[in-house]
Write a new protein. Structure first.
Length: 143
């Protein structure tokens, strides 16, 4: 089932990330389907911890970037906006180089909250982390 309220276009989705932390970390949106959005991030000097592996916080940034972008694209953007309420990430495997690829899919798309699952994998397809992201859906009109 198609969940998007906009005509999905990777260029438009990417443009929304200009001049943000996402752009600084090199996050790119690379694919989408009827009910998922995919992004990738390089594992480099911007995203590594001193031990030479990807920083766990970078995994959270990638997950929240993809999940929150997907959330926003699934509501009427003229009336609503989405913000993060809670994020929980389990780190499974270390990554030292290359790219990590995250895929966001919804568990729940409600009127006031959304819950998304984001799996991050390395370029070989091995699971790096799993994230559950809860979003609040807020009205743009003031009460």
């Amino acid at each position: 089932m198609k969940i998007w309220t906009i005509e999905m276009n990777l260029a438009i989705v990417t443009e929304r990330s200009r001049n943000t932390m996402s752009e600084y970390l090199g996050i790119e949106f690379i694919d989408y389907g009827d009910d998922f959005l995919v992004g990738r991030m390089p594992v480099d000097h911007r995203t590594k911890q001193p031990a030479g592996i990807m920083h766990g916080g970078a995994s959270c940034v990638l997950a929240e970037t993809i999940g929150s972008t997907a959330a926003q694209c699934s509501v009427d953007m003229t009336k609503y906006y989405c913000v993060g309420l809670d994020i929980n990430t389990n780190h499974i495997r270390a990554v030292r180089e290359g790219y990590v690829i995250g895929t966001a899919k919804p568990y729940h798309l409600g009127k006031s909250t959304q819950v998304w699952g984001i799996e991050i994998k390395d370029e070989a397809g091995k699971l790096v982390s799993v994230t559950r992201l809860t979003m609040a859906v807020l009205s743009k009109t003031k009460s």
